[in-house]
Each structure stands twice: as C-alpha cells, then as structure tokens.
Design a binder for this molecule. Structure first.
Ligand SMILES: Cc1ncc(COP(=O)(O)O)c(C=O)c1O
Length: 368
C-alpha cells in the first residue's frame, strides 16, 4: 500500500538520528534530568547569549504577525558582518534547510551529487530526498580527499557538498586545498561549502570564503547560528552566494522559514562578539581537557577543528554501541556513529569543564 504513496527513493531514506533529548534518557533509564549531561548534538554548552534572550523578549509583542518573509533586518546584519550585498543571502530554518534547499533547487531525480565518506549525514538524506544518485568519495585520513572528489564529478553531477570542518570527524582542509578544488570544479556544478563550525577555527586556520563567493558564481557558503552562536533551538542558518544562485534558492525557500523570535535573536547574537569569543575559549579548553583524558586512557581520536571529538572506544564493531549504552546508564549522552560506518567510535561534543569531567569519569569506569 505505502509503496504507491511515495517513490522508491523516498521509501529508501533512513531517517536522521538526532542526539537523544535529556528528558527521553531520564524516562528510559529512570534518571533525574538534573544529573544528566548531554554531549551529543554539538550544541553550545554556554546556552544562548543573554543579548539574544533580550532581543527575543522585545520581539514577543509582535508574534501575532507573520515574520518578515525577506528577513530584511537579519540580512542587513549578515550583510554588514560579512561585507556582502543582501541580494547574496538566503535565510534557512537552520543551515540544514540551506542544504536541502540546494538539493531541491539544483538537482533533478537521476542526476548525481558528490560528497565524502563520513561527510555530514544530511548530504545523503538531501540527495535521496530529490531522487538523485549519491557519489560518495572515500575519505582520506577521515577527512575530505578533495582531489578524488574533483575527479569523481561526472557529466550529470549538479552539486557537491563539503563540510569544513567536517562533522562527525572534525577534520579540516586548508584554504589552499579548497581553492584548488574550487578551480577544478566545472562552473555548472554548485559547490555547497558547509561552514557550520567555522567560528571555532583558530586565527591561523581562518580563511575568507566570502571572497571566493565573489570569484566563483557556483559557490554557496553555508553558515549556522546553532553552534558557536548558541541558538540551536531557534533554527537559523544562512547561505551566501552570488545573486543568480541566491535567486534560485529563494524560489525553493518557504517564505516564512525563519520565525520572528529567531530573526531577532540571530541579529543580537551576530553582533555579540564577547559571547563568540567566550564560546571559542570554552571550546578550546574543553578540547584540551577531553584529549588529555583520551591520551591518558590511550584512546585514539581524530584531531578536531570543531566543537566535538571523535574517539575510538574499542576494537570490535560492537564497541561504540556498548560504551554508549553504559554511558547512558550513567546519565551521559554522547553520539554513537555506527550509522556513519564508524561502529568503534563515539562523537563527544565539547561541554563545560564539569560536564567534560563527568563524561571522563564515567568513561573511565565503563572502560575499566
Ligand atoms: C556540518 C554540519 N552542517 C550543518 C548542520 C546543521 O545544523 P543546523 O541545521 O542546526 O544549522 C550541522 C549540525 O550538526 C553540521 O554538523
């Protein structure tokens, strides 16, 4: 029966597995919510910025009205911060929305989309959702093999997804490698450069992707307010691309995809330099704390440029699921990555010092 309701490519989709909410783990394992530590969804452990809370409170009065469909004020804030015209910006309900809009705008059923093994799972989902063919390029040391990805592009490839840094591996490709890749990609293939974790990059790794947008009319840079800006629950992301590509993406975008509270909060957060700075500091201290513990426990991990670390918790293919369950029983939520083909690994989002410490203590007990 359901076979007639949807095409085969929709029926083949394995739904996205999100990090377990604290309330669900409390119910399932009979734990007190207050004692549960969630390091599973790469959220900002500082929560949302006060500046954003205040902006939302002020925006409450207008909730009887629709949001600004064009997000004028938010686009103005993005435009000022990144020095790009407003006509180059597409707003998304989270950057997840941007990734999906790109697939719907540029790819037809039967055409192909290139992304990397261990690339963010939504690339596979968005590809499948439009009935396109995935070309998954084997990773190099857990990261993107850009030369192989350029070679993998075929005549029917319409889109390439690439995350820098990548989730769940935390790997990073340099500006020089990226630029060589952009040069190699045919001009009629859209490249979505997903920079969800860009704000966590140390100064020496930062690069000007908006300058590349000026140079490459097929480049879409995707950003999110969910990570370093601390607004994951509000769902705000945006894309920067030249007007032709932006215009096409906006034809697919739902008119009111970013709600009024989210628009107000995002403007405040974009301008809150102190919060961003603090987020980066908490993250690098937490990275040192977690990786020192992994070194002490002699666990392999992939050096990470994001706000999470991929760590190998055993040699057998049951290790990730087993250690994950034992951690859940102790009130620690992390992310198993068996669905990425990494069944021996877990992804740990970097938390506050005390959250990292609780995770490390539980991990030591579980592995002992
Ligand atoms: C690489 C990458 N891109 C995009 C997203 C989507 O985030 P959001 O929809 O909250 O902006 C995530 C979230 O985890 C991510 O890891």
């Amino acid at each position: 029966m359901s076979k007639q309701l949807a095409p085969d490519y929709v029926r083949a989709i394995a739904p996205y597995q999100a990090g377990k909410p604290i309330s669900e783990v409390a119910r399932e394992f009979g734990l007190d919510e207050a004692g549960i530590v969630k390091l599973a969804s790469n959220e900002n452990p500082l929560g949302m910025p006060e500046s954003a809370k205040l902006a939302m409170q002020q925006a409450m009065a207008e909730l009887g009205r629709y949001p600004d469909a064009n997000g004028f004020a938010l686009k103005a804030a993005i435009s000022a911060k990144y020095d790009v015209p407003q006509s180059w910006i597409t707003l998304g309900n989270g950057s997840n929305d941007i990734l999906e809009i790109a697939a719907h705008a540029f790819v037809q059923p039967g055409q192909s989309v290139v992304y990397a093994q261990y690339g963010f799972l939504v690339y596979a989902l968005a590809t499948q959702a439009v009935g396109a063919r995935a070309i998954e390029v084997p990773a190099k040391e857990f990261g993107h093999d850009l030369q192989a990805m350029a070679k993998a592009i075929t005549a029917d490839t319409r889109l390439v997804y690439l995350a820098n840094p990548n989730n769940p591996t935390g790997t990073f490709v340099s500006a020089a490698e990226l630029e060589a890749f952009l040069k190699a990609v045919p001009a009629d293939v859209v490249v979505v450069l997903d920079e969800a974790y860009n704000e966590y990059l140390a100064a020496e790794h930062q690069y000007e992707s908006t300058a590349w947008v000026r140079q490459y009319p097929n480049l879409v840079v995707s950003r999110t307010m969910s990570k370093a800006y601390g607004l994951a629950g509000l769902r705000v992301g945006f894309a920067i691309a030249q007007p032709e590509v932006t215009d096409l993406m906006n034809r697919i975008r739902q008119p009111f995809n970013v709600n009024s509270l989210a628009q107000a909060a995002a403007i405040a957060a974009l301008n809150d330099k102190a919060f961003l700075q603090k987020s980066a500091e908490v993250n690098s201290a937490g990275y040192r704390q977690l990786t020192a513990a992994f070194d002490e426990l002699k666990l392999s991990y992939v050096p990470s440029f994001g706000n999470f670390v991929l760590v190998k918790v055993g040699e057998d293919d049951g290790a990730g699921a087993r250690v994950n369950l034992a951690l859940l029983q102790r009130g620690i939520i992390v992310r198993p990555v068996g669905n990425y083909g990494l069944p021996q690994w877990l992804r740990i989002s970097i938390g506050l010092p005390e959250e990292n410490a609780a995770f490390i203590a539980a991990l030591k007990t579980v592995l002992a």
